[in-house]
Ligand binder design. Structure first.
Ligand SMILES: *[C@@H]1O[C@H](CO)[C@@H](O)[C@H](O)[C@H]1NC(C)=O
Ligand SMILES: *[C@@H]1O[C@H](CO)[C@@H](O)[C@H](O)[C@H]1NC(C)=O
Ligand SMILES: *[C@@H]1O[C@H](CO)[C@@H](O)[C@H](O)[C@H]1NC(C)=O
Ligand SMILES: *[C@@H]1O[C@H](CO)[C@@H](O)[C@H](O)[C@H]1NC(C)=O
Ligand SMILES: *[C@@H]1O[C@H](CO)[C@@H](O)[C@H](O)[C@H]1NC(C)=O
Ligand SMILES: *[C@@H]1O[C@H](CO)[C@@H](O)[C@H](O)[C@H]1NC(C)=O
Ligand SMILES: *[C@@H]1O[C@H](CO)[C@@H](O)[C@H](O)[C@H]1NC(C)=O
Ligand SMILES: *[C@@H]1O[C@H](CO)[C@@H](O)[C@H](O)[C@H]1NC(C)=O
Ligand SMILES: *[C@@H]1O[C@H](CO)[C@@H](O)[C@H](O)[C@H]1NC(C)=O
Ligand SMILES: *[C@@H]1O[C@H](CO)[C@@H](O)[C@H](O)[C@H]1NC(C)=O
Ligand SMILES: *[C@@H]1O[C@H](CO)[C@@H](O)[C@H](O)[C@H]1NC(C)=O
Ligand SMILES: *[C@@H]1O[C@H](CO)[C@@H](O)[C@H](O)[C@H]1NC(C)=O
Length: 759
């Protein structure tokens, strides 16, 4: 009954994805003795409910996506529930109303049962025959994930459906509630014995001791491995009346009925109350000593995890599989593509291998994902992370000292609001109210503390709280000395904004200050470091070009564009040597999904203009759904898929790690998890579409034309240096371009709203 629709869907998906992902199997298996797993084999990736981070849990489409995007020995995990007629369906919860639309179809069929002594109300599988569930559609049970696929009618599937239609390399059945089904006179024991006669079952796990003990002799000998699942340390195991924490001390007992254990990841790497890692426990070594395999659960790319990983999920997997002391034997993940690449592409990397030069890794305010931006610590981290180009967005203090800071408004990156609130002014030319760098002397700025930026507080994603005020501010001259000193740094990029305003209204000549600092630091003749000067104002670049310095002039296109006229590009070549564009000008994004690609990158490159793309961040909230909440999939799609020359990132360590991974050099054997995604393919799986957005504009000549650069006026004579701020004439955009309006975060909010409206 369930077969027709499900298989049609999965075939459509397969065809679609095969054109997207390469069919290549996996990169050459590495020397297995490197692994500190129980048997020395590489660890396994287990897809919990399929690719449940994207598609509804336990859907055929989700299982298919896991197989297509993962390791060739990917294991599919099914949480088995029994229907009243004894069929085994895959569903993540005992109650079907969380994760499907059953509530609306059978309004009166909810029921209340005792489950391990606790009363629970909901729509239970034991109250329905398999046939009765034919019209039920699976939905996304986790609110933070896209609900766009909830209306595409992904049916409930049986264990046999998954095994027979997909023939997965491995099938893992989790029996979370044997005792409950026994009370309902349904036998999980009979079910698993019978199903394992008709399909290959590789693993059976359960948190109930009695269930595993009841089947252990039936599965000995057999290829099916029995795994004891640990729940919370203080939860009571129903058959022994002991806590899981105390059972953990008795692995000899566990070994009498199981060949492995599955533990929450915090059993291995516990967290302190601030969400930082504590030293690892001995549980992996203890299990291995007992001859038990050990698997870790609760991996997902889209939940906050230990701050130590800086939102890099690959770093988290590597901490479990590639540390000096142990490796778990497998990981249970909602995003199985990520452990696949961690295991096959990123493990055991040679720390000294510097990797290819493409893409150019350009820091954004230093390693601002880990430290307050533009501080000495952020720059030192970016250097040790392997950045090629160190960036300084230059600001001017009231006394004319150029220094690096991500915003002209001190409130956005410093503690100025606490101590200098008397200097708040409204400046229409800058479209902002704030405390501006040109109102404060450099010595006073240095008494402030830097503040780490949290781009996504609405998603509760905070950056490294321990570093929130760490580091000190850096004058441009110190920045240049620091970069000059670092042998691994090939150049600097100095970003100049608001130069016309500063010259005309504040009497501050930022371009002259930059040129002087460069010359003093020896960048004109003593060092071999490349100097890039970036501005979104063509007048600044034109002025610099007249200076006949050997700088790479970088034009920043601030707004999202879908195309650029040849005449515009020709114009740009007159004042710039390269461009910075936004991610949305490369891949078109609509409500968090990609809908296609532009050819802006190749068009610009045809005019010999290298293209650098901003802004890459590790936080999953910054990425389109199509990239599976995985910063590496996103980077790879821009670098290999779109051919960009450089990436501008808050996390240079991630970009550097990406370009050094061993799966990039495999040619036609490149595995699917290191193949660029096909923009738009994910949306085609959905029966509903988000509303169309107005297309981004085409970059025209008028967009890049600016009034000529003004000469530097005399310094305003007001003592407090705030200029004529509030009484200034009507605002004139400092640049001809419209400001970026809908940022990454707005698109994500929009998708939540859009999907709510679609229901
Ligand atoms: C793996 O590496 C070890 C030590 O480096 C070596 O002794 C062994 O022969 C290698 N095995 C294979 C299959 O390459
Ligand atoms: C691991 O694999 C990579 C790429 O296939 C290879 O270059 C490297 O030598 C391998 N390492 C070992 C120890 O086999
Ligand atoms: C499923 O839906 C069809 C069409 O609406 C209906 O005819 C059929 O009775 C439904 N079956 C069940 C078991 O609800
Ligand atoms: C629904 O299920 C998901 C995953 O199975 C779980 O994370 C979530 O907490 C559940 N929600 C409720 C309201 O039970
Ligand atoms: C289970 O079977 C027993 C004995 O046949 C019976 O007394 C009991 O009512 C049944 N329970 C349910 C939930 O059907
Ligand atoms: C578990 O403990 C409860 C009360 O603490 C007791 O009523 C029950 O009989 C115990 N069960 C087993 C299997 O020991
Ligand atoms: C381990 O558990 C078994 C069964 O509950 C018990 O008989 C045995 O005494 C326990 N051993 C230890 C060291 O706690
Ligand atoms: C390995 O264990 C040693 C000693 O217990 C410890 O000092 C070291 O930090 C551990 N390494 C890792 C990566 O956990
Ligand atoms: C700046 O100085 C002017 C005159 O010197 C004064 O009227 C104004 O209040 C001052 N503004 C601030 C913010 O201190
Ligand atoms: C540059 O390196 C030299 C020698 O390593 C060191 O003495 C000096 O302090 C460094 N300067 C900066 C700005 O880091
Ligand atoms: C470098 O240039 C400066 C002026 O730009 C000049 O004074 C200095 O002598 C030059 N140094 C060398 C080694 O050429
Ligand atoms: C734009 O320039 C490219 C590269 O020079 C050229 O191939 C293309 O034909 C031009 N398009 C138009 C419309 O002139």
């Amino acid at each position: 009954m369930l077969k027709l629709k499900a298989s049609t869907l999965s075939i459509i998906l397969l065809l679609l994805c095969l054109s997207v992902f390469s069919t290549a199997q996996r990169s050459a298996k590495n020397n297995t003795s490197l692994w500190k797993t129980l048997n020395g084999d590489p660890p396994l990736a287990v897809a919990r409910g399929g690719f449940s981070g994207i598609f509804p849990d336990s859907s055929m489409t989700g299982y298919t996506l896991a197989l297509i995007t993962g390791l060739p020995d990917m294991i599919l995990w099914c949480d088995v529930q029994l229907t009243s007629d004894g069929a085994g369906i895959c569903f993540p919860e005992l109650t079907l109303n969380n994760g499907s639309d059953i509530e609306g179809l059978f309004k009166k069929s909810s029921n209340t049962y005792l489950v391990n002594g606790v009363s629970r109300t909901g729509w239970f599988s034991v109250d329905f025959t398999l046939d009765a569930l034919i019209n039920v559609s699976l939905t996304q049970g986790v609110f933070s994930r896209s609900s766009l696929f909830d209306h595409s009618f992904f049916q409930i599937v049986t264990v046999e459906d998954v095994a027979r239609q997909l023939k997965p390399p491995g099938l893992w059945l989790n029996i979370q509630h044997d005792a409950f089904f026994s009370q309902q006179n349904l036998s999980m024991r009979s079910y698993v014995i019978s199903v394992s006669k008709s399909v290959i079952v590789n693993y059976i796990s359960s948190p109930e001791v009695n269930f595993l003990r009841s089947i252990v002799t039936r599965f000995k000998p057999s290829p099916t491995k029995l795994i004891f699942r640990f729940l919370g340390q203080n939860d009571i195991e129903p058959s022994t009346n002991q806590t899981y924490g105390s059972l953990l001390k008795n692995l000899t007992f566990i070994k009498t009925f199981a060949s492995g254990i599955l533990v929450p990841k915090t059993y291995i790497w516990p967290l302190d109350k601030d969400l930082y890692l504590m030293p690892h426990t001995s549980v992996v070594l203890d299990a291995h000593k007992e001859g038990l395999e050990i698997f870790a659960s609760d991996f997902a790319n889209d939940v906050p995890f230990a701050y130590d990983y800086n939102y890099d999920p690959v770093a988290e997997y590597l901490n479990f599989i590639d540390n000096d002391n142990f490796s778990v034997d497998g990981v249970l993940s909602d995003f199985p593509i990520t452990p696949s690449e961690a295991i096959d592409c990123f493990s055991h990397m040679d720390k000294n291998n510097s990797g290819p030069a493409i893409p150019l890794v350009i820091s954004h305010e230093g390693a601002s994902g880990e430290y307050p931006g533009c501080t000495d610590l952020a720059y030192k981290q970016a250097i040790s992370d392997g950045a090629d180009i160190l960036d300084c967005p230059v600001q001017m203090s009231k006394d004319g000292i150029p220094f690096c800071l991500g915003s002209i408004n001190l409130i956005e990156r410093t503690t100025a609001a606490q101590s200098l609130s008397n200097l708040v002014v409204n400046i229409p030319e800058l479209n902002a109210e704030g405390i501006f760098s040109f109102s404060v002397d450099w010595s006073d700025i240095q008494t402030l503390k830097p503040v780490i930026l949290h781009p996504y507080p609405e998603a509760s994603l905070y950056r490294n709280p321990r570093n929130k005020n760490a580091g000190s501010f850096v004058a441009l001259s110190d920045f240049l000395a620091l970069a000059n000193n670092a042998t691994s740094i090939s150049g600097v990029v100095i970003r100049i904004e608001n130069a016309s305003y500063l010259a005309e209204k504040q009497g501050l000549g930022v371009t002259d200050a930059v040129i002087e600092a460069l010359s003093k630091a020896g960048y004109n003749n003593k060092t071999s470091k490349k100097v890039m000067i970036q501005s979104s104002n063509s007048a600044v670049l034109i002025k610099l070009k007249e200076g006949k310095n050997n700088y790479e002039l970088v034009y920043e296109v601030e707004e999202d564009i879908r195309d650029a006229l040849n005449s515009t590009i020709l114009d740009i070549t007159k004042f710039a040597n390269s461009l910075v564009i936004n991610k949305n000008s490369v891949y078109i994004r609509n409500f968090g999904f990609l809908t296609g690609a532009t050819d802006v990158v190749s068009k610009l490159q045809a005019f010999k203009l290298p293209v650098y793309v901003q802004l890459f961040r590790n936080e999953f909230f910054s990425q389109a759904w199509d990239f599976f909440s995985d910063a590496y999939v996103e980077l790879n799609s821009f670098v290999v898929g779109a051919g960009v020359d450089g990436v501008i990132t808050d996390f240079p360590g991630t970009a550097n790690k990406y370009r050094r991974n061993r799966c990039l050099t495999l040619g036609k054997d490149t595995p699917s998890y290191m193949t660029p995604v096909g923009p738009g393919s994910l949306l085609t799986v959905s029966d509903t579409q988000p509303p169309a957005l107005a297309p981004s504009p085409i970059l025209e000549v008028a967009d890049v034309t600016e009034p000529p650069f003004p000469s530097v006026a005399a310094k305003p004579d007001t003592d407090n240096g705030t200029g004529d701020g509030a009484s200034a004439p009507p605002p004139k955009q400092p640049s001809g371009q419209a400001k970026l309006v809908a940022g990454i975060f707005l698109s994500n909010i929009a998708i939540i709203l859009a999907t709510v409206l679609l229901i």
